[in-house]
Structure formats: C-alpha cells, structure tokens
Write a protein that binds this ligand. Sequence first.
Ligand SMILES: CCCCCCC/C=C/C(=O)SCCNC(=O)CCNC(=O)[C@H](O)C(C)(C)COP(=O)(O)OP(=O)(O)OC[C@H]1O[C@@H](n2cnc3c(N)ncnc32)[C@H](O)[C@@H]1OP(=O)(O)O
Ligand SMILES: NC(=O)C1=CN([C@@H]2O[C@H](COP(=O)(O)OP(=O)(O)OC[C@H]3O[C@@H](n4cnc5c(N)ncnc54)[C@H](OP(=O)(O)O)[C@@H]3O)[C@@H](O)[C@H]2O)C=CC1
Length: 284
Amino acid sequence: MDKESYGLSDKQLAELDTVFASDSFSGKRVVISGGGSGIGKAAAWLLARLGAKVLICGRSYEKLMAAIKPMQEMGLDVGCKTLDIRNPEKVQTFFDEIMDELGGLDVLINNAGGQFPQPAIDFSPNGWRAVIDNNLNGTWFMMQAAAQRWRDAEKPGNIINIVTVIDRGMPDIAHTCAARAGVIYTSKTVAVEWAQYGIRVNCIAPGIIASEGMRVYPQEAVDEFPRSNPMQRFGSSWDIAQACAYLGGDASQFMTGEVMTLDGGGRLWGELWPYKKPDYFKPS
Ligand SMILES: CCCCCCC/C=C/C(=O)SCCNC(=O)CCNC(=O)[C@H](O)C(C)(C)COP(=O)(O)OP(=O)(O)OC[C@H]1O[C@@H](n2cnc3c(N)ncnc32)[C@H](O)[C@@H]1OP(=O)(O)O
Ligand SMILES: NC(=O)C1=CN([C@@H]2O[C@H](COP(=O)(O)OP(=O)(O)OC[C@H]3O[C@@H](n4cnc5c(N)ncnc54)[C@H](OP(=O)(O)O)[C@@H]3O)[C@@H](O)[C@H]2O)C=CC1
C-alpha cells in the first residue's frame, strides 16, 4: 500500500468499535500533544467519544483546526491550542492557560514526537539535538509542568508517554532510541517520586502503526515494515488509542511506572530498518 494513504479517516474514527463504556471518561479533562494527526488524533476521538473534555496541541494551527472540526460537528467536547513542546516557557504558559480553561486536568498524553531515519554514523550534531529535544526534553517539560500543578493543587494526575519499542535498539533511529530510553527511565523514576502526590506515570510503546507518521520513511522501507513482526502486519492508531483509554482510566488505577507494548510481537522476532537494510545483512 502507498504510505501516503496510511491513517484512519474521520468517518472511521467516529464509528470504530471500542470495548470501553460510552461514559467511562465523563467528567475527565484530557490533554493530548500531537493530537492533530495519527495516534494522537485517534486518542482524541476515542476519549472524547467516551465523554472526556479533550484539548489537543501541536505546532500547526491549521492542522489542529482541521482535526477538531469533524469532532466538534459530532458534538464532542474538543478544543485545541498551538504549542511547541520544546519551548519550556511556552509549555508553562500553556499549562497556566489550560488549567484555567479546562478547570483542571486529569490525564496528560505526551504523544508529540518523531524522528527522521538515518544511519547513526551520519547524524549531524543538530539532527541529533533536534530529535533529543523533541522527544526527551519536550516530553519532560510537559510532564514536569503538569505534575507541578497537580502537586500545588493537591489533585491526582495521570501521565501517559508514547515512546517506541527500544528493547533491542533500532538501527537507523539511534537518536530516538536514546531519547525514548530517557523518557522510559524518567517515567519509572518519577512514578515513584510522584506516587505521594497521587500522580501515575506510564508509557505506551507502539510497534509499526499505519499512521500519517509513516510518510517520513522511504516507501521501500515501509513496504518491508509488516514483515518485522510475527503478525506480519501494521497495527492501527485505534489500537494505541484503546491502550490510552485503559491507562488513562480507572481500570489501571494500580498501575504506574510500566511500559505497555503493542507491537504484534515485534520485539521478540523480526528486524526493522526504517531507512535501508545494508547489503551486509542481506542473505548472500
Ligand atoms: C518496533 C517498531 C518500532 C517502529 C519505529 C519505526 C517507526 C516509527 C514511526 C514513527 O515514529 S512515525 C512518527 C513520525 N513522525 C515524525 O517523525 C514527525 C516529526 N518529526 C519531525 O518533526 C522531525 O523529524 C524532527 C527531527 C524532530 C525535526 O524537527 P525540526 O523541525 O527541528 O527539524 P529541522 O530544523 O528541519 O532539522 C534539524 C536537524 O535535523 C536534520 N534532519 C531533519 N530531517 C532529516 C532527515 N530526513 N535526514 C537527515 N537529517 C535530517 C536537519 O538537517 C537539521 O540538521 P542540520 O542540517 O542543521 O545539521
Ligand atoms: N506510527 C508509528 O509506527 C509509531 C509512532 N510512534 C510515536 O507515536 C507518536 C505519534 O506518532 P504518529 O501519530 O504515528 O505520527 P505523526 O507524525 O502523525 O504525529 C506526531 C505529532 O506530533 C506533533 N509534534 C511533533 N513535534 C512537535 C512539537 N515539537 N511540539 C508539538 N507537537 C509536535 C506533530 O504535529 P505538528 O508537526 O503539527 O507539530 C504530529 O501531530 C510519536 O511520538 C511517534 O514517534 C512510536 C512508534 C511507532
């Protein structure tokens, strides 16, 4: 399939089945970074359909507005704000504003992120920095800003960080492996530190998901992706959205500091080359 066509349509997102009760997020306020496309948009649809008041953020106002319009037309309670998560001052202002506007916050889904595929030996210093900044620093600024406000207001909170599967590293995206490892181990650490404030922190590690994000990868690499797990296929943004509903809701109330992997078994079997498999590793 052409990678340009990956992703779920608004019609699908409005109609896909879910195992969760239709009022299971009623009264909950949820912020989703990178909610204008892919996994973040699917999570926005699902949690809003389950009754949450949802606010999505990202860098492009046009993209955010295009994402929320069909949700609002369905009567869902969804808004948006522009934010570059790499800017700590802007992140602070963002949380001041949304705490006012939403009247508080229950769940933060740190989904914004991404990388470019390249053999590590060729990374420029700035390319390395850009990926660390986006995925590690940006996620941290968001986590800390939310946690400070929950602590100061003496309210519980729930953080879900979307990472990637890094158990065996990942050729062609070493920068993101470094950043995501940082997010996972920061999450495990603050899951302990912040338990005293009633704040839970968990991660979701998606395998290959047929989202708009696939456009960053060469078509030849994407064609091989389904063969990287024993199920021999892509997962869907809806799979990850449903994991967000589990971790964001009361069913997971005794869970913190964990990484939930949804990768079709990819971490146990198979190989993935997001840029290009070198001849050295091909059968002779
Ligand atoms: C087990 C299964 C795991 C599956 C994992 C594989 C599948 C993963 C899929 C996904 O994650 S899908 C989501 C993908 N979505 C994205 O990646 C979108 C977001 N990405 C970005 O915004 C960028 O990639 C970025 C790196 C964060 C760039 O941000 P920024 O706006 O700061 O970039 P620039 O200012 O343009 O560039 C900074 C620096 O980086 C170099 N660079 C950027 N792109 C490339 C590239 N394609 N190749 C090489 N280098 C690149 C760029 O040249 C700059 O460096 P200098 O030139 O200044 O040295
Ligand atoms: N699809 C997959 O196979 C996998 C995805 N992931 C991760 O899941 C998350 C979602 O990816 P996916 O939905 O597939 O891809 P997308 O590229 O569609 O989503 C990434 C979103 O993050 C936003 N974003 C990126 N950088 C920033 C920033 N600095 N500040 C604010 N928003 C930002 C983008 O919006 P904008 O550019 O407008 O700011 C975009 O909406 C990412 O972290 C990705 O790396 C992990 C493993 C596999």
